[in-house]
Structures are given as C-alpha cells and as structure tokens.
Design a protein around this ligand. Structure first.
Ligand SMILES: [Zn+2]
Length: 841
C-alpha cells in the first residue's frame, strides 16, 4: 500500500512538472537519437502533443507530412466518413520491407491457407494493426499517435531497425475522424489559459450528443461485425487484406480509473475463441505491465471488460486468428482534471497510450514466431472443423425480399466469406427459397468459425453478465428464412461478381401499377411517389390478379387522375423502382379475386412530415439510428427537433413525431407534455420507443398495463449484489413474437413469426381485445441470447407494441428497439408502417 502511494506521488510530480515544460521528450524513450530531417508534430500542427486536443484535420496533415518525409511510412486513403474526412492508414516498416510489401503480404496470407504448414516463420514479419480513439471523446489515443508515428519515423539505432525489420505496422491514426473533430472542438474552445482541474468546469461537460459517436451518433465500436458504417468498411477491408496478428484498440474510461489492458474477465470470453488466444493476450500483457511499471503508472487487467461480442474491435480479431487488445485509459476529458488518483493531465493519459503502443510492438517482436504459429494453427484448426461440420451448407433468403437478402450477403462479402447462388428453387422445412433472393454458404471454407459466430443461436452461458449484447444471430436480425442442410445439393455457382440489385416496372400501364410491401426499400419508393404529389392507396386485404397473389399492404398507384400523364408516370415509376430496387407490376384491369382495385378496402395514403425529438434527455444512439434510417436508407426528410426549443415549435407542421428512448432525468416539462397531447388530439401520430412506454403511462398520454417484477434478493450477500443485479439486465437478446398479419403494423411481413431485438426490462400486458395485440411474444420466446428466468417469465405472452387512439390522433408504442445499430434490417419496416399506416391502426 505504502509503495503504491509513493509511486503515485512520484507519478504526479512528474506529470505536473512535465505539463509546465511540456515537450516531446516527455513521451519519447530517452537516450536514443532522432533523425532531424523528420518533422516533429509541433513543427507541423503548431502546438506540442497534449498542449491542445489535436483536430482531425491537423492529425491528418501531420501524418501526410510524415509519410512524405520518411521512407519507413506510406499512407493510403481508404474512403471518406459521412462528413467527408479521409479514412487513412499508415503502413510503417523498414525501407527494405516496403520494397517487398506485396510479397510479404502474400506470404503472410499464405500462412493462413492450407499451404501455411510449409511457410517458414523464422524470417516472416509479424503484422500489427494499431488503431486509436474509436470513441472520439476518448482522445488520448489519437493524440498519442502523433508522438508514436514520429517515434517510428525518426528513432535511430539498432533497436528500431530490428523492430521495423521484424514487422509491418498498420497504423490507423483515428478510427473515428468525425467524432474526434467534434470533441477536439469542444475541449479546445473551452480551454482556459490557467488550466483548471475543477470538475465543475464546462470543459469536462460536453454538450449533447458528445464526440463519442460518429456523424449519425453510432457507437462505432459495435460495428466491426455488421460493418454498416463507412469507417468500419474501410477498416474491415484492411483487416481482411492483411489478417494482422495483433489488433489494438486504444480507449478511455472514467476519470477516476487508472489504466486497463486485456485480458478481460476470464469467465466472459466467447466460447468460440480459443484458449490460447487469451493466454497470448496475457503474455502480451506482461509487456504492458513492465512498461507501465517503469513510468510509475497504475493499471489493472482481468476485470470489467470482456471478450464476448465479436462486433467490438478488441474481440472481432479473436474469431479471425488474430489477437485483439483493448486499452482503457482514465480520461482527463479535457486538458487537466482532478480525480481520485490526483490531478490527471491530458499529457499523462497520452503518455500511457504511447507507452502501451510501444509495449505492443515490443511484445510482437519478441513473441513473433509464437504468434505467427498461433495464427497458422488457428486456420488449420478451423479447416479441420470445417471438414467435420455436420451441416454442409447454410441456405438463407426471402422470396419476397431480394434486397434484405442482398444486404446480408453484402456483409459476408465484406468479411471474405464465400457464398453461392441457389442451385434451384427449393423448399426446406416448409420455407421456399428462390434463385435471386437466396444464397448458399458452404461451411467448408476458411472463415468457418466466423460463419458460426454470425449464424449461431446460443441460449446457455457460463456467466450471466455481459459488457454488451449477448446475441446477434444475423439471419434473425434480417428476418430471413434460413436452414442448415447436411448436403451440398443446393450449391449453385459461387458468387464472384457481387453486383448491386436493380428494380423493374414490368410494362407500361394505362390502368394501375401495383407493388407488394415486402421488399426492404418499398418505403423509399412510396415516399418518392407521395412526395411527387401522386396518389397511392394501400390494400387492407390480400387479393390475386393476373395469376399473381398480392398480400396485405400492397401499394396501388392508379393511372387516372394523376398530375403526370400515362407516359410520364411510367417513366417516373421506372426511376423509382430502379432507385428503390423494387419490382412494380402493371395491370390493365381492376377486377381481382378478392378486393377489387376500386374497393373501399384500399385506403388512401398521404405525404408524411416527420419530426424526431433529439437533444438533452434523449438517448442519442436511438435517435441517431432513426435519423440514419430515414436519411440514408429511405431518402426521407426527418426534422430533428431539440428538447431545448421543443416548447416553441409549431407542431402542426408534422404528421408524425418520434420520441426515441430517453436518457437521464431531464425530458419534456409539463408545458411540453400538454403540447404533445394537444397535437395528438388534433390528429397527430406519436411514436414512442422503449422508456417512452413508461413515460407515456406516467404522463397519462396513454394508460398501459405495465408488468412489474417483484424480485427480492434471497441469500444474496452484499459482495454478490452487483452480480445479482447485473444478471437481471437484459443487455440485448433476440425473442420471437407472433404477428397478426392483417394489422397495418405488420404489412410487408410474409410470416406470422418475427424475431425482435430487445434490450429493456419493460413489459406490457396484452390488451383484453385480441385484435389490439398485433405483435405478441410467444409462450417460449427466447431465440438467442441471455435473459434471466425471472425476466423471461414476464416476457412470455407480453406485447412489445400497442396502438391507442387519443382524440383524433394515435399513440404508438414500441418497447423494443426496431432500428438497432443499423443492422436489424428485419424490423426496420415496423417503424415505416407506423409512419405511413399509423392512421389506420
Ligand atoms: Zn471507448
């Protein structure tokens, strides 16, 4: 104990004095010389590392200058963020390796193939991918990158030469350029000349939504597996191009914490991750410990964080033969802040990140052949498992929705998982699969383990605590039919040219056009049609016409009485079909089997003007997912209305208002609540998510029958309290509901079963009238993931959706997140149904 205090005191003394005379030597290893022709960060960006928070544009500029000045560094641009910032990667190695870089890459990849056994490890470089600050407001990593890249470019002597000879470093200076820029702006604009550690200082209290997330407020450290965002797409392409041996992910955590490095909680490692992966992680950890000991920094490992969800940067590598490592540094949030460990300065946090970036490559150099051998054996083991797999293929698809099928295939494509066309139309376990809207994944392939991680359902666990979600079964998230099959009979040709889908209008009509509502992008099409001022109606019942069946929710666009003539309408719809990748059918008669096209069972549709509540009190992730869905998937305008000025807004401009889940205690005041109620009573459609179910109930917007649990701790000690409470958290799992397909909320769903993602403990009793329960959890709802027995019994037969009348308007409530992390394509349509058909519910 005494020793700890002494070390801490020494550490503090050093940091404060370093802050007063801050220069680059504070970070760098001493007693070596540096190449004077290499520009230092301050020479280029105009301030010392840690003096200000580096903006992304300055970071980029320095890296570009460094790449120009150093023959150890090359820089490539791999794309752009939503805000147009370049997503760059530095390749850092010895000049000799640079000259053979493509050959080195090929040989490295060969190690993971069946030829791997014949590769010599003795001279083979190891590949290390080092990335920083995926959460933009955890900036010590990206700022450390300035000093780290300088060191790798400028250090002289045998040590650095040998290091760079022995490895290829892929340096990703900023995993999240838009978030880093946002946070740097905040910290810098609030900085005082007299650095002020007072925790009440505005500098340490970022405004909503903060810099953690990307442009659409996504946590990008959950997207490594779904790859829905541009930053992840660039990164995953580099990952598969190189298959690095080690991948590091430098974060920050609470200000009162010290420093964390993996391994994490031993009981919470995903069972598909090999044991040896964790042993190697621990051995690498000894290098971090030694380096941090040397500079007097406190640290911990094997606590808090885990290696379970493969969508995280430090866990994704573990299912790909690599070793992912998470670093977490206690955050100064701005430039200097008081903490339980004394005054925490920004330079101090940067130095810890710099130090562990360096200890990572030191470990990589010393453990090179061991880690290369691990990677070779990982793939050999996977190949062995693949040949023994009882399932030979996975067939997946949706005969009514080629686009959703295509988007799951797109994820496989990004992860270099091979897939094939379906050989011929087939029915498996009562589900029919058609060519063009189905694919077949052979299990006997290199990425066998990754396929398992994406497709498996898992309901038993060794631990009941999860840092993140406990399930992500992709075909369920996409609401696709799928089956494991014990033969390869369904394998058609491999898809080698994966091209975008196209849409069609089968011919010109002088009567009407029809399209079913099942395809993923139909809301985009309908929105374009209504925005053009065209008339369209929706079918409230199925019918058949010209030998084709049309389901609930079919959209009809008549030719008569439109602002466009028949030729112009045809041309317009062809453009819409192409942009929305849907199939539109021309018909020449209104007489059908079932409801005729002139029937009152076709309801007219109107243009929707949608607002969404954002700002203080709103959970930014949930709001961002909806904004992203409207803006990027469906090309629909959505007005973001901030809670700050909600009370002054004229709501009569909007047909629909979405209230995402809330966060914290501040939300709308009594004036705001009255305003909402009045607007609904006058005919508005109010759509609330998750915590809004409770809030609507409490504010008497609508009365819901909420189920409460009465769990009491019995034989649980104080020491077990947090585990006991944690076990009752539904962190994210997948549950089955049955659908009443005649209800407008379910238009476009072809099956009467639907998988839903749930991460709340809010339960609504079903209404006593069964027609008011269009979506209801089944009696045995758990499909994949963790939920406690107590919570599962509450969930059974409860309802995740209710629609209530209030005056002339509607209140629609979802207890579950139907828009989760941009990859729950399967439930995106529920929100669109609420928007377009809410009035009919
Ligand atoms: Zn983080």
């Amino acid at each position: 104990m005494k020793k700890t205090i002494l070390l801490l005191a020494m550490g503090l003394f050093q940091t404060i004095s370093a802050q007063e005379t801050l220069d680059l030597t504070y970070y760098l290893p001493q007693h070596i010389s540096y190449d004077t022709s290499i520009p230092k960060p301050a020479d280029i960006i105009g301030h010392e590392v840690g003096e200000w928070h580096v903006t992304h544009d300055k970071l980029l500029f320095y890296m570009q200058q460094l790449a120009q000045a150093s023959n150890r560094i090359s820089l490539e641009n791999r794309g752009a963020t939503f805000e147009g910032r370049p997503i760059v990667l530095l390749t850092i190695t010895s000049p000799k390796n640079h000259q053979n870089i493509e050959k080195i890459r090929q040989e490295h990849l060969a190690l993971t193939e069946s030829s791997g056994a014949s590769q010599s490890l003795e001279t083979m470089p190891i590949v290390v991918y080092q990335g920083f600050s995926i959460h933009g407001n955890e900036p010590s990593g990206a700022n450390a990158g300035l000093a780290y890249a300088y060191y790798l470019a400028a250090a002289q002597g045998r040590e650095i030469d040998e290091l760079l000879d022995s490895m290829i470093i892929l340096m990703d200076p900023s995993y999240n350029p838009d978030g880093l820029q946002r946070f740097a702006y905040w910290a810098n604009t609030n900085k005082s000349k007299q650095l002020n550690p007072d925790r009440n200082e505005r500098e340490y209290h970022e405004v909503w939504p903060g810099g953690r997330t990307n442009h659409y407020w996504f946590d990008m450290n959950r997207d490594w597996l779904p790859v829905q965002l541009p930053e992840s797409r660039a990164r995953i392409a580099s990952f598969h191009k190189w298959l690095p041996n080690i991948l590091t992910d430098h974060h920050e955590m609470g200000t009162n914490s010290t420093f964390f490095f993996q391994p994490g909680e031993p009981s919470r490692v995903h069972p598909l991750t090999p044991k040896l992966n964790q042993e190697l992680t621990a051995e690498i950890g000894t290098y971090h410990a030694k380096a941090l000991d040397k500079i007097g920094s406190l640290y911990y490992s094997e606590e808090n964080y885990d290696d379970y969800y493969y969508g995280k940067g430090s866990t994704f590598p573990d299912i790909n033969g690599s070793i992912g490592i998470l670093f977490e540094q206690g955050s100064s949030r701005g430039h200097i802040q008081e903490s339980e460990n004394g005054i925490l300065t920004f330079p101090f946090t940067i130095r810890n990140q710099f130090t562990t970036a360096l200890s990572t490559v030191e470990a990589a150099r010393n453990m090179r052949t061991k880690i290369l051998g691990y990677q070779r054996d990982f793939y050999a083991g996977a190949r062995n498992e693949a040949t023994k797999s009882s399932a030979k293929v996975i067939v997946f698809g949706d005969r009514k929705d080629a686009a959703k099928t295509w988007h799951l295939a797109e994820i496989l494509h990004r992860h270099k998982i091979k897939f094939h066309e379906l050989a011929r139309e087939t029915t498996i376990a009562g589900k029919s699969y058609e060519k063009g809207s189905s694919y077949v994944v052979p299990m006997n392939q290199k990425n066998h383990r990754l396929i398992k991680a994406m497709f498996e359902k898992r309901t038993s666990f060794t631990d009941s605590l999860f840092y993140d979600v406990s399930a992500w079964t992709f075909p369920l998230a996409f609401n696709l039919d799928y089956a494991e099959v014990n033969s390869t009979a369904h394998l058609g040709p491999e898809v080698t040219n994966f091209v975008p889908l196209s849409g069609t209008v089968d011919k010109k009509s002088s009567y009407a056009y029809l399209f079913e509502w099942h395809e993923y992008y139909t809301p985009k099409a309908l929105n374009k049609i209504l925005n053009k001022g065209l008339r369209a109606k929706v079918a409230k019942a199925p019918f058949s016409l010209g030998g084709k069946q049309y389901d609930y929710g079919t959209i009809m666009v008549p030719v008569q009485h439109q602002d466009l003539d028949a030729d112009a309408l045809h041309q317009f719809l062809m453009n819409v079909a192409q942009a929305s990748k849907i199939r539109v059918h021309a018909v020449s008669t209104g007489l059908t089997k079932g409801i005729d096209l002139g029937s009152n069972d076709f309801d007219p549709l109107t243009r929707q003007k949608v607002g969404i509540l954002v700002g203080d009190g709103v959970r930014s992730y949930d709001a961002g997912e909806i904004w992203h869905l409207f803006d990027t998937r469906y090309d629909m305008k959505i007005t973001k209305i901030d809670t700050k000025y909600f009370n002054t807004v004229d709501l009569s401009r909007y047909t629909d208002l979405i209230l995402p889940a809330s966060q914290g205690n501040t939300f709308l005041d009594a004036t705001g609540v009255d305003k909402l109620k009045t607007w609904v009573k006058n005919g508005g459609t109010l759509i609330g998510y998750r915590t809004m179910a409770e809030w609507f109930h409490k504010q008497e917007v609508v009365k819901l029958n909420l189920k409460k649990d009465s769990l009491v701790a019995k034989n649980v000690s104080f020491g077990q309290k947090s585990d006991f409470k944690g076990a009752q958290v539904t962190g994210g799992a997948i549950f089955e509901a049955k659908l009443d397909r005649s209800h407008p909320i379910n238009y476009g769903y072809k099956s009467d079963k639907l998988a839903l993602f749930r991460n709340t403990n809010i339960y609504i009793e079903p209404d006593k009238n069964s027609y008011n329960n269009p979506i209801q959890y089944t009696n045995s709802p758990l499909q994949s993931g963790y939920i406690s027995e107590e919570k599962l019994s509450l969930l059974k037969n409860s309802v995740p959706f209710q629609a209530r009348q209030l005056g002339k308007g509607k209140v629609l409530v979802f207890t579950d997140n139907t828009n989760f992390r941009a990859f729950w394509y399967g439930t995106n349509k529920l929100l669109m149904n609420a928007i377009f058909f809410g009035k009919m519910m």
